[in-house]
Each structure stands twice: as C-alpha cells, then as structure tokens.
Design a protein around this ligand. Sequence first.
Ligand code: AMP
Ligand code: MG
Length: 649
Amino acid sequence: MSQNPVSKKTESVGQDQFLTILSREEALARFEAALFPRPVHCEPIRLADALGHALGEDIAAPIDVPPFDRSNVDGFAVRSADLVAASEAAPVRLMLNDEVIACGVAPQRPVLSGTATPIATGGPLPRGADAVVMVEHTQPVGQRAIEVRRAASPGQFIASAGSDIARGEALLRAGTVIGSREIGMLAACGVAEVSVARKVRVAVISTGDELVQPGGALRPAAIYDINGAVVTAAINENGGEARFLGAIPDDEAALEAAMRKALAEHDMLVLSGGTSKGAGDVSHRIIARLGQPGTIAHGVALKPGKPLCLAVCDGKPVIILPGFPTSAMFTFHDMIVPVLRRMASLPPRADARVAARVPVRIASELGRTEFVMVSLVEGADGLIAYPTGKGSGAITSFAQADGFLKIDALADQMPAGTEAEVTLFTPHVRVPDLVIVGSHCTGLDLVTAPLAHAGLMVRSIAVGSLGGLAAARRGECDLAPIHLFDDKTETYNTPFLAEGLELVPGWRRMQGIVFRKGDGRFEGKTAEAAVRAALADPACIMVNRNQGAGTRILIDRLLGEARPDGYWNQPRSHNAVAAAVAQQRADWGMTIAPVAHASALGFIPHAEEHYDFALVSARKQRPAVRAFLDALASEEGRAALTKAGFRPV
Ligand code: AMP
Ligand code: MG
C-alpha cells in the first residue's frame, strides 16, 4: 500500500471527519511509534499468582539445590573403598550403624570403615559416606549386617549439593514468561515472591443502542453483545487484565463520561462499535477530546476491519474496534495484540502455521490486506483450506475455522489451487475424521452426535448442495448432503451424481406453507388454496427462496405467473423464511416442518424434499464414514430424526 494516505472527505451532515486510510503496516508503525519506548512498571507478586507474567528482573539462585548431598535410591550409605574387592564370589560384609536416615532426617552418626547406614531416597548423606548401594544389591545378614556383592564407585547414587542449581547461578532472566517450569525452579530455591512486569490494565466497553448482555432478554431489533465477552477474553489471553465495563448506548455525553472514567482508572481502553461513518457513531469523535496526540489512524486497509481506529491519549492507547465481531477479532489479534504484549513485556505471539491448498478461487478487494478464515481438511495430497467466511457479521465462522490465511493488499484474488500459508488459531492442527460439505440440515447434527460423543471430530461445512457436489467430485469431503430436484426426471438427487459418487438415502423433509397461527387466509387450507387466498389479498406479503433452491421450484409452481409483493425477497435458508414470517416482515413463505414448528408457526404440509448424501466411493471404508452410515441406519438415529420432524427412509 502507498505511504501516502488517501484522504476522503465524508459528505453528509454530522460526519465531519476525514477518513484517512492507512496501510496495515503504516498504521501499526505509527501506533507503536506513539507508544514506545515506555517504562515498564514492575510489581512484586506471590509465586502462586505469577503464572503468565513476564519476569521484571534477573534472578540468581539464593541457595544450592539440592541443599545437601542426598541419596538417589533406597539403600545403604557406604565408603566405596570398603567395596573395592566385592564380587559374587567374594561378598563384603558391612555392619549396620544404629540409625535409619529417612527423608528429612539429619544423620547423627558417621559411616566408619566397615559399616553402612540404611538411607532412603532423598535422605542426606552421613559424614564419611561417599557412595550409596541399592538395597536390591545387598543381602541382609541377621539384624545387624549386610553383604554386598558388587563394587561401588565413589559418588554412586548421590546427588551432590548444588548439582541441580548452584547458589549464585543465573536462574531466570528478566523478560522470561513465567510458566509452570519456571514456578518450579523458583519454588526449589524457596523464592516466594518475584518482581514481574505489571499486567496491562485494560478497560473494555461495547457501544450500541442495540446491545443486550448475555443472560438478558432480547427485545425486538436487539442483539447480544458478543464483542464485550470476546475482547475481554482475548485481552486476558495476551498479557492484559481486562475489566469489562458493559455496553454504553450511542449517546455522546454518556459515552464520553464512561470513556474518561475508564481511561483514568486503566492503562488502556478498548471499545467496539461506533467507528464507522454512520450517524450514530460517536466514539471516535470523543477521542479528540481525551488527550494528546489523539487519533493516530482511523481507517486501515484491512478486510475485515477497515473502520479500526487507533489513538493515543496522553500516553495511553485507546482503540475502537469495528462493531462486527469477526472484524473486531481480526483487527484485535493483528493490530492490538502486538502492542498489548509489548506493553506487558511479553514476547510476540508465536502462531503455528501450516501450508494448505486452496480448492476454490477467493476474490479479494484490491488495496486491502484481507484475512480469510479457513477450515482444514485432509486431501489426497496434503491439507486443503476451505474458506468458511459468512461475512464479517458472522461469529460461527470463527468456531468452524481452524485458522486464517492472508491475501496481500496488492492481490485481487487468490486463485484456486494456491498453496497458502494458514495461521492456526490453536497450536496444533487437528484434521477432522469426517468431513461433510454441502447443504446443512439440523437433522445432520442429530446423526453425527454419537460420532462426536465417541471422540470423532466431525466437520460440517455449509456451502449448499451444488458446492458440496463439487467438493465431493474433487475428493475433498467424505459426504455431500444434497437436496436437488431435477425438473426433467422429476426426481431428487440421483441425476446429479457424478462418477465416483454414490447415493446414500438420508431422510425426507416435509415442505409446506408457513404462516402465523390464527391467520384466516391460511388456517385449515391446502397449500394451493392458501396461495390463492394470499394472491387475492393485495396487502399480503410473501417471502421467497433463492434461485436454485429445491424449495423455490415448489413455490414457483404454486405461484404460476403471479409475482406478489415480497417475491424478490429471496433468502437462502429455511430459517430465514420462518424468521421473516414470525417477525411479520412477511405473511407466508415455504419452509420445512421442523423449522416451522421450532418457531411455533402454522404449517400446511405440501411436498416432501429428499435430503440424501453423495458419498465419495473411495472413502467408503474409512472408519468415520462407516460410523456415520451406522449412526444413520441405527434405531437411535432414526428415532431422533423422527422426533425432530424428519422422516428417515
Ligand atoms: P457499528 O460499528 O457500531 O456501526 O456496528 C457495526 C455492526 O456490528 C452492527 O451490526 C452492530 O450491531 C454490530 N455490533 C456492534 N457492536 C457489537 C457487539 N458488541 N456485539 C455484537 N455485534 C456488535
Ligand atoms: Mg453501533
């Protein structure tokens, strides 16, 4: 990207700022230059609380570990010189001294020549002894003596004082991140308190009139606050100590008060939402009043994440993340984590990366560094990275993704077949045992439940029936769930199978008209009569389905030439149809029975849809595929499907 920021003046009233788009690298460089170098604040902390902190000082070992010479085995403390000639043929007899050295017992008597003292593992060596013989290599002779049948070398089975850690030795260096091993070393030396870099205290605020905290009831048009919880957790994962201060409505005065208070009490402030150019977006305007130098970057050439706002107010970073949760998370991890970790004196994050082939072309916006979440599956020759994004508003893409790949700002696409580098969300790749790519159905979750409970990892990627068939033909999945109606033969699915694929019958889904219960236009009618009644009422609004959906074919047949109000509203899922009717944005539509019933809507059964599986024949013998086929055929599986409103075949 250019080093010369492109300035764009926003036009409308109340949106009076310049939105200057910086490249990702430039924005990060300016942000870091405004924050570093800065003093590291250290504080003493009890060992028990030190986990995850960066050590603030070098620590030299205050004592020897072990503090004394001790035995490594259960046996007898001896003088090795006594046993020089000991052998099977010529055992040496030693008299036992009148004490037993257990752990924690300081020896009282010396080991004189011709004697031995019983000693336990960890017991301190008595004066005179220079070796230990194992109890297994001795023979008792009455109560008072033993016979030894092999020689002992000096120092044998002894850990000498300071052999583990020597007093004065550099134990840990400043900057070391304290893990359980470091805690063990400090405990061994008796260190109860260490000086660590203070965790960065970060205030987290969500903004938006529409936000409700999880646990509260959703009012109409409201959504749950996702960013508050996610950002708080991500800060705690990266050296911060986050305090979530709740969601503040889009009210400039209230937000300014909350931001001022938060900034006074914390080292850093992270907001989300309100950074776009919308009329209600106010947080970025407040920043200018909070301290110097103020906004460093507002608008970064990232996708998702363009509206990111980075500021420094009197030495403290203030960040406004984009409102969309995936945008918020990507910008947080890419742009904020490096700064947060540096403030906490933690080393940069070491993300694990793997190479994987991209099976489909991914379009990308020229001029913005683009992050694309991917699911990894095992292909015939290596890993395959499936884009899982549902758009920046979707949160599930995060849960289903194993990591992400980056498309350079200067590229307008990533061609199919590219070997890409995937940054993993977790340190290890775990490729799924069973990969299902195609049309998603809630019934699928019922069939795969026993596999998941048995420890098999099932990955289901929803790309629609046709996308699933293409993946199956390329051998990228085990099964492709499909529900495709062939107009010519008037049959489902079979006509669409290619070579190498075979049909596994799934279940039937009753499709029909949904409407709000009690609506006299539909109640008690057949589908044909209900549609006639709807067409007769000009105030009646329908919700359609997308072109290519099997459901759409049924709707078009019922409508004939008619194009009623709502025809062009064409969502892509059964659930979206039910939501439109339930929320009174439409009065009728066509969906499947389980979805209608889950939304407590009225339902007129019309025609059954066949939801089957295209099985990649070459993968039929895989254990997870067999487990799936067994679950599908099992009594339990069929009962669960029936209970949910499906009809297994
Ligand atoms: P904004 O940047 O405030 O215009 O928000 C952009 C989009 O993100 C809107 O659809 C918001 O409803 C959504 N959004 C903003 N904040 C949150 C949040 N904390 N949790 C979930 N969605 C949010
Ligand atoms: Mg908002």
